[in-house]
Design a protein. Structure first.
Lengths: 386, 137
């Protein structure tokens, strides 16, 4: 099995692009990724696409993008698994590259949703839950994955809500230095986060990810094709995914068990332990999920994630910088592309291209994605070096 | 429960009809596996514990414990007239942890662990629905 590297990345600034169709966003991100590495069109022999169901252009899985780009490939298709779609696509691309089926592949994720109103979006997104037995009660993703989770975490671990809110404060501080982030101003305080509009008690607007558009492209190459481009390759050192048998129902709301398992699997493949990972970009659409992700990383006994945030452990000057690119609550959350933005954030750090957000001397980082009720997680560990 | 004019009525099937008909008679039914005796909710024609398809309908007690909850201010279009409302994750006495609406309780009075009992209402003229409320109001 050949090793696989990221050789190029590109993405548009996360924003609202109601008037920019899918293929225009794809073209912009692809051009940036191609310019980033200097790959030529004839080098590319595979493409995997992620987009979301709101696309106005049909057949965006293979026919339309490949025809639009006039790109002949050995592998082309769309992979969808909610917010874990990009990780899912990366996994399949990595597999095809490591087997030698292809040599250079594009993984592209496009998320357009701001042309759909929030009330209508919630009608669609709410169907994450059981259409007949749960949706009829009026449950929502924010209500369950955000509010009920925060409610139970605070109750069980007796943590102050202020500590959870600090996630959003730190994310905003990071996003203010990231040109790709949508929400860079104003700086936030804990008091402002907890005084923002309630979406579903007990959580507030600023504890939630927003609804955003975006497009990102990652270009991957197998070991024998990865060198000689503009940038040094960044290797996929470990990968793992795990899928719980439930979307929170019968699950422990204070945990993200699939994340813990996926990290463990990825670390085993990488031949490291989780503490060897120096920083991470985590898929956490609600502030409390970053807290629980910290618990799952196993730095301290379960329930102390909020305390770690309060201590500055996850600050970019802390022991485990988390969501340095601004996190989903401030960098923005183009759902089906978010995990690829997480990957871009990690690659920029490992290459030393993170500008004012650059962490000194980092060599190993992790990017994650999660689907539906966060009952499934995808994890990729990246390493710079030969 | 208000009359729901648009969106999200349950799809009642030949399999699930006993559940929805039961609600109209204030009965809270689900399926129980005849091989491993597992109680599933929502009702299932294939046991999620052992994949047996031998099931029988059984009556649930309608008693539950509050696990977590949320009071919704921003809601999907179909529920705007009903907001704000409280939904919860509750543990049925028989085991399953399920999502439901909470009624007849102030959000401020709710706390995980309190005992709940089932109540019955209507989604429209044809379709009944269940909710939970505190055991002692």
């Amino acid at each position: 099995m050949k090793r696989v590297a990221v050789i190029g990345v590109g993405c548009v600034k996360i924003d609202a692009y109601p008037d920019r169709p899918e293929h225009e966003l794809l073209s912009a991100a692809l051009k940036m990724a191609i310019d980033d590495c200097g790959v030529t069109k004839k080098d590319i022999d595979g493409m995997l696409i992620v987009d979301r169901a709101y696309n106005e252009q049909g057949m965006f899985e293979n026919w339309y993008p490949s025809a639009y780009l006039k790109l002949e490939t050995r592998i082309c298709g769309k992979l969808l698994s909610g917010g874990a779609s990009p990780g899912f696509a990366l996994s399949h691309a990595r597999y095809a590259l490591s087997c030698g089926d292809v040599r250079v592949m594009i993984v592209a994720a496009i998320n357009r949703e701001t042309h759909v109103s929030t009330a209508d979006h919630m009608m669609f997104a709410g169907r994450t839950f059981d259409r007949d037995y749960e949706v009829v009660h009026g449950v929502t993703i924010t209500g369950v994955n955000g509010a009920m989770l925060t409610q139970r975490y605070i109750y069980e671990h007796k943590v102050p809500h202020e500590h959870i809110a600090m996630v959003a404060v730190r994310n905003r501080e990071n996003a203010s230095l990231n040109p790709l982030a949508r929400y860079r101003q104003p700086p936030l305080t804990v008091e402002e986060v907890l005084a923002s509009r309630v979406i579903a008690h007990p959580i507030h607007l600023l504890e939630c990810a927003s609804r955003d558009d975006g497009a990102a492209v990652v270009i991957l190459a197998s070991e024998d094709a990865a060198r000689g481009f503009r940038k040094s390759p960044v290797w996929i050192k470990g990968w793992g995914e795990y899928h719980d048998a439930a979307s929170y129902i019968s699950n422990d709301l204070t945990r993200l068990p699939a994340l813990g398992r996926a990290v463990q699997i990825a670390c085993q493949r990488a031949g490291i332990i989780s503490r060897d990972i120096q920083f991470g970009e985590f898929y956490a659409p609600f502030a409390v999920m970053e807290v629980i992700a910290l618990d799952e990383m196993g730095f301290r006994p379960r329930g102390q994630g909020a305390q770690l945030v309060a201590e500055g452990f996850t600050h970019r000057k802390g022991k485990f910088p988390m969501n340095v690119s601004g996190g989903l609550t401030s960098r923005g959350h183009p759902t089906y592309a978010t995990e690829l933005y997480n990957v871009v954030g990690v690659i920029q750090q490992l290459r030393g291209e993170a500008g004012e957000l650059q962490l000194p001397g980092v060599t190993i980082g992790v990017a994650t994605g999660a689907h539906s009720g966060a009952n499934g997680h995808t994890v990729h560990i990246f390493e710079r070096g030969d | 429960m208000s009359i729901r004019s648009e969106g999200y009525l349950p799809r009642i099937t030949a399999f699930s009809k006993p559940f929805w008909e039961g609600l109209k008679e204030n009965l809270f039914l689900t399926t129980q596996c005849q091989d491993c005796q597992g109680v599933a909710f929502p009702p299932r024609s294939l046991c999620p514990e052992c994949f047996s398809d031998r099931y029988a309908w059984t009556k649930l007690s309608g008693q539950a414990t509050l696990y977590s909850f949320a009071k919704h201010e921003i809601v999907p279009r179909a529920y705007i007239k009903e907001a704000p409302y409280v939904t919860a994750m509750v543990d049925l006495r028989e085991g399953p942890r399920i999502l439901c609406r909470i009624k007849n309780a102030a959000y401020e009075d709710l706390i995980p662990g309190i005992l709940l009992k089932i109540g019955f209402g209507k989604l429209d003229e044809e379709v009944a629905i269940f909710y939970f409320e505190p055991e002692t109001k």
